[in-house]
Design a protein around this ligand. Structure first.
Ligand SMILES: C[S@@+](CC[C@H](N)C(=O)[O-])C[C@H]1O[C@@H](n2cnc3c(N)ncnc32)[C@H](O)[C@@H]1O
Length: 264
């Protein structure tokens, strides 16, 4: 049988995204913080807005707004994901091609910046200005969710392969460089389908590795009342178990991912 043409967004979704689980996670955490359900989700840096689609599918009251600068990724989502939604679900989805740092963006109960997208802001003032405009767009009781990653392993040039056995491909997370002075780091995603050459640098990220205390300080400076940090629990063998709980203290760890919830 002939293989489907390589679709980088499909492989990105299969390797690094879990939009259905993310939609549930955000609603669950919002509810435990605020005692009621969120209605409107704004997904900043939404790319192909898979999370927005899951949000409108999860409940008939829920509305989603996706914002991204890139016309190509938005067009991809419109072609691939929107046709899978019902007319009612489509009516609760809004897409905006805009810079997330601009003023007067739509308000929401939850605003999220996931998969570390805000790491593109390398200057503190730029990040601060973005956080400030997020705060201005949150409805009363609103919560801003962002994720963050780190650990000693993220400060070394290494490449890690994840084999998706049964799906016939490998995903490679390539940490090209890390600068301890600036905390700037360059990453690439490569893919290799079984029987084919490795496709190198399918996605590249030129980021600043922000730390949790830096993020908490900036969020407080722009006026968020409180920031809750969610840290992942571990299995008996010491692997992450996918369960994130509020903490005031983390654990030493080679590589970690955490979530922050900043309350308006
Ligand atoms: C890492 S990707 C998106 C990841 C996606 N949120 C996820 O969870 O997988 C980053 C996206 O941010 C978008 N982007 C970069 N700078 C932006 C900006 N200033 N305003 C809006 N979108 C931006 C890019 O076009 C790209 O689609």
């Amino acid at each position: 049988m002939k293989k489907k043409p390589f679709d980088k967004y499909e492989y990105y979704l299969r390797s690094v995204q879990s939009p259905e689980a993310d939609a549930q996670f955000l609603q669950r955490k919002y509810q435990s913080l605020r005692g009621e359900k969120a209605i409107v989700l704004r997904e900043d840096f939404c790319a192909a807005f898979a999370l927005c689609c899951e949000w409108v599918k999860a409940n008939k009251n829920q509305q989603a707004i996706g914002i991204d600068l890139d016309p190509e990724t938005i067009a991809y989502g419109r072609e691939q994901y929107v046709p899978l939604l019902s007319a009612d679900q489509k009516s609760r989805l809004q897409l905006i091609r805009k810079d997330v740092t601009k003023k007067n963006l739509p308000t929401a109960d939850i605003i999220c910046a996931l998969n570390f997208s805000y790491f593109i802001f390398k200057e503190r003032e730029k990040l601060k200005s973005y956080f400030s405009s997020v705060l201005a767009s949150l409805r009363p009781g609103g919560v801003f969710f962002l994720d963050c990653f780190g650990g000693s392993q993220c400060q070394h040039a290494i490449e890690e392969e994840t084999e998706f056995q049964g799906e016939g491909f490998s995903y490679f997370w390539d940490q090209d460089s890390f600068d301890p002075v600036t905390h700037n780091a360059l990453f690439h995603i490569h893919f290799k389908r079984k029987g084919e050459a490795k496709r190198k640098k399918v996605f590249t990220y030129d980021w600043r590795m922000w730390t949790i205390p830096e993020l908490k300080d900036i969020l407080a400076e722009v006026g968020f009342k409180q920031t809750v940090v969610y840290w992942e629990g571990t299995t008996k063998s010491g692997e992450g178990n996918g369960v994130f709980s509020p903490v005031t203290k983390g654990e030493e760890c080679e590589a970690w991912v955490a979530y922050l919830a900043a309350l308006r």
